[in-house]
Write a protein that binds this ligand. Structure first.
Ligand code: AMP
Length: 557
């Protein structure tokens, strides 16, 4: 018998009241330890994090706020206005759903009790629906869920469907809870996670096969691996001191991709490990033609027009566009520059970069779309500077300085890879609200409310609004992007689900009592959507405070 969803929901409501990370970890460990069924364990781990599928899985529910409103209308018999009122009152659709279900008629008494397995089954059905009539079917399935739900179950079902549990349970807590429940080292859990990107699967392996099982987990084709990241280089001298010989490459201004090529198919993942294969058909074709089968490669896709690189926004536009790819294909062409290899008929991440590089060169036959990033190995400052300038002149971001002796460490932002860039400090902030424009722009959302993250509480703290830096075309596109995220409107003002991150420039950071963060941005300007970042990766209040301090120091100087 599968675990009752009610038990899970009640457990969530306990977690929601706990603020201590340690206590939360302990409680989750105790809870998951008791789960007997592997599938239940898998699902509970994902559900606690507000996920129905691992982020890289192509399946998704495709249920926005709108469909939830529809389903709630059906079960509760109230109109949309009333539901919006409740959402405003409680500040959360989950709590509004709970309230509505509490008031619903007696039919629940005869409905089937929900289990984790049943919820999973309905979710899988919802995710499999496509095309004509699918919206209606989705509303019906959601309605079925709500009909069987008790009020507290409705709260967490709603949040789960929207991907936001509001429990403050992040990956770190889940990792530690798995370690604690099944008596394994948290670092082993972390490593297994970086390789599989599926904590549900990691939990099941830890439960059944412990330490040994986790150690045996290896990189697999078509399962994305967390990407290795770079730190900012303090200076070229420091890099030389640190590494002795430095492998220098251009830092291309494009989008990171991990390309899996094997078993007759190519799969491409973005930096956020989303499956972007469909958006890049010409890369898929070229890889099949020019690369030996049975490999996982790491690289950067850039957009070019008349031989010049285009801002990386163009590549991201392609990622976003799931349909009508062929229409945009002609306009800009793409090139992929590979700079690393993780798998060659087996894992190669523990080999030093210099050896991986040799393998990379042996498996890729370059053509006009598939390239290998140029690399020089040197211990001379002037050589490094030359490559840096060359990259900037060619319209790229700067240079990457890598340690030729280093392994590939998935998910690591460490000293083995350093990035050298021209500095302009921008902020990556979460968009939490907006406003409809006026006059000519009244059909467009033309200003956006921004927030930074409080890493301790997970709260989003407003820091201001951005209304400049957009072209009309940007606004058209952004309006389409944000419409499905509207929670409610009040006059021209809109409240969004916090899903999208903007990169913004600004003239100055000021102290301000007006915003909850205590700071405000002076003259913020939109640079781009950071599709490659999730809200959890947005800048924190601490970074803003730090920038504020360094700004003060500069002023004094
Ligand atoms: P950042 O996003 O500023 O932390 O810089 C790291 C990013 O630079 C990587 O995630 C890649 O998308 C990009 N990049 C461009 N060229 C290279 C390169 N040659 N090696 C590694 N990363 C690169």
């Amino acid at each position: 018998m599968s675990l009752k969803f009610r038990e899970f929901a009640e457990f969530c409501s306990i977690l929601e009241r706990i603020s201590s990370t340690l206590e939360m970890t302990a409680r989750i460990a105790t809870f998951i330890k008791k789960i007997e069924d592997d599938n239940d364990l898998y699902n509970v781990i994902l559900f606690l994090m507000g996920q129905v599928y691992p982020t890289w899985d192509e399946r998704e529910l495709g249920v926005g706020v709108g469909l939830i409103y529809e389903a709630l209308k059906v079960v509760s018999g109230v109109d949309r206005r009333r539901i919006e009122q409740l959402v405003k009152e409680y500040g959360d659709l989950g709590l509004a759903a709970e309230k509505l279900i509490r008031g619903k008629s007696q039919m629940t008494l005869f409905a089937e009790e929900l289990t984790i397995a049943k919820v999973r089954e309905i979710f899988d059905k919802i995710a499999s629906l496509e095309g004509e009539g699918s919206q209606k079917r989705k509303i019906m399935l959601l309605t079925d869920l709500y009909v069987s739900a008790t009020p507290i179950e409705a709260r967490y079902l709603t949040r789960l469907v929207l991907g936001e549990m509001r429990l403050g349970v992040g990956e770190g807590i889940i990792r530690d809870a798995i370690a604690r429940a099944f008596l394994v080292d948290p670092e082993l859990v972390e490593r297994a996670y970086m390789i599989t990107n599926d904590l549900g699967r990691v939990a099941v392996v830890a439960k059944n096969r412990g330490k040994e099982g986790l150690k045996e987990l290896k990189i697999e084709l078509h399962v994305p691996v967390r990407m290795m990241l770079a730190q900012v280089a303090e200076s070229i001298e420091e890099a030389i001191r640190e590494m002795k010989n430095v492998a220098v490459e251009w830092k291309f201004d494009g989008s990171r991709v991990q390309v899996h090529w094997g078993n007759g198919k190519v799969t491409i993942y973005s930096r956020r490990l989303e499956n972007v294969t469909k958006a890049l058909p010409e890369i898929v074709e070229a890889v099949k033609r020019c690369v030996k089968e049975g490999v996982i490669l790491d690289g950067e896709v850039i957009a070019v027009k008349d031989g010049k690189p285009m801002p990386f926004q163009h590549v991201l536009r392609r990622f976003r566009r799931k349909h009508e790819i062929t229409k945009v294909m002609g306009e800009i062409s793409l090139i992929v520059y590979f700079f690393d290899i993780l798998y060659n008929d087996g894992e190669v991440i523990d080999l030093p970069l210099e050896e991986r590089r040799k393998i990379l060169e042996s498996v890729v036959k370059e053509n006009e779309i598939v390239r290998i990033a140029n690399q020089i190995v040197t211990n001379r400052k002037d050589e490094i500077e030359r490559v840096f300038r060359e990259a900037l002149d060619a319209g790229h971001e700067g240079a990457m300085l890598k340690n030729p002796k280093s392994p590939y460490i998935p998910g690591k932002r460490g000293k083995h890879w350093l990035k050298l860039k021209e500095v302009m400090e921008t902020l990556d902030l979460v968009v939490i609200g907006g406003e409809w424009g006026e006059g000519r722009r009244s059909h467009l959302i033309s200003s956006f409310e921004l927030a930074c993250r409080d890493p301790v509480t997970g709260k989003l703290l407003p820091v201001g609004k951005v209304g400049t830096g957009f072209t009309d075309e940007d606004l058209e596109e952004l309006t389409e992007l944000f419409k499905p995220l509207i929670e409610y409107e009040e006059g021209r003002k809109i409240k969004f689900q916090p899903k999208i991150v903007f990169e913004v420039a600004y003239q100055e950071i000021q102290k301000s009592p007006k915003y909850e963060s205590g700071f405000a941005l002076r003259f913020p300007r939109f640079i781009r959507v950071r599709d490659d970042k999730s809200p959890e990766e947005a800048d924190t209040i601490e970074r803003i405070a730090k920038l504020y301090e360094s700004q003060l120091k500069k002023k004094k100087a």
